[in-house]
Design a protein around this ligand. Structure first.
Ligand code: GDP
Length: 597
């Protein structure tokens, strides 16, 4: 449902006009009266001649105007801009127009109200004057319709103009995820916490699990109201009251945002592009104190400029006082605290900014191209910029986008260039590792991940698609790596093997074999030696003999009987038997053992 926002200087006749069009009084909501459980949402609606139903959002007060415009912006389609014929263009007309323009509102109708108070000549002059003011703004094409709510003049023409604006604005809003910036919250006895606002992005339904940001705090939708009726689902564009179970009223207020659990990843360093209001002459400085107005919230921010775009926008990083739930494309307004005025407006390019400002500008230029693209294309741009990104975060920051050009590994997305360079670096690192450690089976995955500075599970998933490398347990091996001993090491082993064989079962201690740690471990890994205790190891053929001769023992048998049967001293008998126990070849009961069959 299209939402029409009213704008214009105070007392120029906005409320009276909305009331005349809809038969409903939008000022009622100030009284905060609830008739039974029917919640007054502070808006009015009407059906246009074409059959389309539109909502008007009309809140009194200048401060509220800005928040109201913003709270509805991704569902906010059309402006009804009001100028009174008897007073003409006023300072607030100028500031409201600036805000609409900075928010990128392109569709609207200008109502030249109170024409019953002036003559035709003045109507003509006022129309010309307004047309001049609109020049160069998003509303320069908007028709100016002379009317009077009091005298009932021009209302049909106004409806027809609204119809045309609705048709022109149709389809400009991409589908997304449900999101509601809270403009009011209160409690109803017996029902609990209720929040109201304009739903944007996607459908919300009874029983949905919702999160309130900042926080996030979680709750569940118990009931929904829209257009004074209870509903099972609410559609984007509608003004909605949401009754939430599991929250205290104190947990949520104006400026909070309601979304589905898991949909949003808040951040406090926003990469943005913005334009200055036309009455601001010089670029915004990093020293200024600003308030960011986004959705129904306002937060203090610090600005770090990062250059300009070819089309004259300023690129800036906004450090917000706390993490807020935003996505690429979100519109915002900056007010300068010192001037007490709107100074700029723009869009979020990236919720989490690259660390270096040179990267920030490059990222900004890339993202500007995708601002009005599909979420999946934004996701591709985002992954290109970050190199590696978590899919959940990508979806959160793009309104549900999933990259199409990236390499997906597990829950991460790698840009194709990052994936290619990582694969190359991994291949080189493992080859180098093999050269440095020919006796080790491969490079531990954990060391490789830290050398390449990527999460281990991401690397693991990537390498499984890399033909030149294979993962063997916890190590990474170059395909074709044979490893193996050098000729000198083979000779060393042959000496040791002779010594062991000559000793029968009464072998020398491991350290007396003079193999060195590296070679010893390689031999154990390859089962060319079998270690039975800290001190002793046997050749595989000796182990075979030990196991075979178990059959000759009585059942049960003692350590002494084993010692005598095998012709070894107690020094060997005890560790050998303990090893056999561990191998499940024998079983010990007190001083006796049996051979397992
Ligand atoms: P808002 O502050 O822009 O919402 O202005 P209101 O709708 O509250 O109107 C301000 C005053 O102008 C009220 O006293 C209205 O009765 C009066 N007014 C509004 N529209 C007209 C109109 O078309 N003709 C005349 N004569 N008075 C109007």
């Amino acid at each position: 449902m299209p939402v029409v926002g009213t704008a214009g200087h105070v007392d120029h006749g906005k409320s009276t006009l909305v009331q005349a069009l809809t038969g409903r009084d939008p000022d009622r909501w100030e009284e905060e009266k609830e008739r039974g459980l029917t919640i007054d949402l502070g808006f009015a609606w009407m059906t246009l001649p074409s059959g389309t139903t539109i909502s008007f959002v009309d809140v009194p007060g200048h401060e509220r105007f800005i928040k109201n415009m913003l709270a509805g912006t991704d569902g906010f389609d059309i402006a009804l801009f009001v100028v009174a014929a008897d007073e003409g263009w006023m300072p607030q007309s100028e500031e409201h127009l600036a805000v609409l323009d900075l928010l990128g509102i392109r569709h609207g109708v200008v109502a030249l109200t109170k024409v019953d108070r002036v003559d035709d000549e003045l109507v003509e002059l006022a129309t010309l004057d307004i047309t001049e003011h609109l020049e160069g703004t998003g509303l320069e094409q908007a028709p100016v319709i002379p009317c009077s709510a009091v005298a009932g003049l021009g209302l049909d023409a106004l409806q027809a103009a609204l119809d045309a604006a609705v048709a022109a604005a149709a389809g400009t809003r991409p589908p997304g995820r449900p999101r509601l910036w809270v403009d009011r919250s209160f409690t109803i006895s017996g029902a609990g916490t209720v929040v109201t606002g304009t739903l944007t992005g996607g459908e919300l339904a009874v029983s949905d699990r919702v999160a309130i940001h900042p926080g996030p705090l979680e709750g569940r939708v118990r009931s929904l109201q829209s257009h004074e009726e209870s509903r099972e689902t609410a559609q984007p564009g509608a003004r909605v009251a949401v009754n939430i179970v599991g929250l205290d009223r104190g947990d949520v207020g104006r400026g909070s945002m309601l979304g589905r659990v898991g949909d949003w990843v808040p951040s406090d360093r926003l990469l943005t592009a913005f334009r200055r209001a036309r009455y601001v002459d010089s670029p915004l400085t990093n020293r200024g104190a600003y308030h960011l107005h986004l959705g129904s919230g306002a937060w203090p921010v610090r600005l770090r400029s990062a250059g300009t775009t070819p089309d004259g926008r300023e690129i800036g990083v906004l450090h917000v006082s706390q993490p807020i739930p935003v996505q690429i494309g979100d519109r915002f307004i900056l007010r300068e605290v010192g001037r007490r005025a709107v100074v700029a407006g723009g869009r979020v390019l990236l919720p989490e900014v690259p660390r270096r400002s040179a990267d920030a500008r490059a990222a900004a230029l890339r993202l500007l191209e995708t601002l009005d693209a599909e979420p999946d294309q934004q996701a591709d741009a985002l992954v290109e910029i970050r190199g590696v990104a978590d899919l959940g975060t990508v979806a959160a920051h793009t309104g549900g986008g999933r990259p199409t050009a990236a390499v997906i590994v597990g829950t991460a997305a790698l840009s194709s260039s990052r994936a290619a360079s990582l694969t190359q670096r991994a291949t080189n690192a493992v080859a180098q590792f093999h050269r440095d450690n020919p006796l080790r089976p491969g490079m531990p995955l954990a060391s490789l991940a830290s050398a390449l500075d990527v999460p281990q599970d991401t690397l693991d998933a990537l390498l499984r698609t890399t033909p030149a490398l294979r993962i063997d347990g916890s190590v990474v091996v170059s395909v074709g790596f044979a490893g193996g001993l050098t000729a000198a090491q083979e000779e060393q082993f042959a000496d040791a093997a002779r010594t062991l064989a000559d000793a029968g079962l009464n072998v020398p201690r491991i350290r007396d074999l003079q193999l060195g740690d590296e070679l010893l471990h390689a031999l154990l890994r390859e089962s060319r030696l079998v270690r039975i205790s800290d001190d002793f190891a046997y050749l595989p053929e000796q182990i075979y003999e030990i196991r075979t001769r178990l059959a000759d023992l009585p059942d049960p048998f003692t350590v002494a009987q084993f010692r005598d049967a095998y012709g070894v001293s107690r020094k060997y008998a005890v560790p050998l038997l303990e090893w056999l126990d561990r191998q499940n070849a024998t079983v010990r009961r007190g001083d006796l053992r049996s051979v397992r069959t």
